[in-house]
Design a protein around this ligand. Structure first.
Ligand SMILES: [Zn+2]
Length: 269
């Protein structure tokens, strides 16, 4: 059990290293590094405590109104101010980020279930798990990867001219936010009458559907969640997107993480 846990743990690091977790940028301040700004007033030396962040590409500096609207209507403002074009290429890029994120979320959740099972088998006194979790993991030989997920984060920031006040709206692209971004963008593509959106959208809902259609069984090795309670399943493009494969139900299948990794290594090589 520990060995299997540690294999999945290594896989989590792999997804993190290989996956795509970033998109879009704001053009505000793209040339800000060419100038420096100093507050030279003699009074109120604290005025510079709110300084606009132009260095980070995921921060958009905007008026207070835009910052407020962005928190009310995050996806719309994200698309508009971070130059996320309504094109098929951009849609595919976002879907690929959505896949990386959901794979990482699933793998981390799977790892937590495995660790819970291992703890249950060993059944240490509760205070051990509460106060000596790391020592317990070391004793058992559990390797634990970084369990945080690098969700892309976008910030709308307002800093007043005097630097006395600032306000920001943060948008974290977790799975539901990415699904919503995918759906909004595909609607825009339909509006512009492109050939897009004839295919299915790679959202969490479609991945769940494919797994249930395939009865939670790996199409290659035939192992199912009935055989292995903690089986980690993924949705695979039978013909990869990089080879022109489409996100349509007939080109999607359920694979266990091991078979999926073997398959993608074959295609990468
Ligand atoms: Zn398999």
């Amino acid at each position: 059990m520990v060995a299997e846990h540690n294999e999945v743990s290594g896989y989590v690091n792999e997804i993190r290293d290989r996956g795509q977790f970033s998109i879009g940028r704001s053009s505000t301040g793209s040339q800000a590094h060419l100038a420096s700004c100093n507050n030279t007033s003699n009074f109120n030396y604290k005025r510079d405590r709110n300084v606009a962040d132009y260095a980070s590409k995921n921060v958009h500096n905007a008026s207070l109104q835009v910052v407020r609207n962005a928190s009310a209507d995050p996806i719309k403002y994200l698309i508009k101010y971070f130059d996320i074009d309504a094109t098929e290429e951009k849609l595919a890029e976002i879907e690929s980020i959505g896949e990386s994120i959901s794979r990482l979320e699933d793998a981390i959740q799977n790892l937590e279930l495995r660790e819970a099972s291992i703890s249950k088998t060993i059944a240490p006194p509760p205070f051990i798990l509460k106060h000596y979790l790391n020592e317990f993991r070391a004793q058992v030989g559990l390797s634990v990867p970084r369990l945080t997920i690098p969700y892309p984060e976008y910030v709308f920031q307002y800093v007043s001219a005097s630097g006395n006040s600032s306000q920001e709206s943060r948008i974290e692209l977790n799975s539901p936010a990415i699904d919503s971004l995918i759906e909004t963008l595909s609607e825009k593509i339909k509006w512009s009458k492109s050939a897009a959106a004839q295919r299915s959208l790679m959202t969490s809902a479609l991945r769940d559907f494919i797994k249930s259609r395939d009865k939670y069984t790996c199409k290659t090795c035939k192992v199912s969640t009935d055989d292995e309670a903690h089986l980690l399943l993924e949705v695979d493009h039978i013909k990869p997107i990089s080879k022109g494969g489409l996100s349509i139900e007939t080109n999607l299948q359920t694979l266990c993480w091991k078979c999926n990794r073997t398959k993608s290594n074959k295609y990468d090589g």
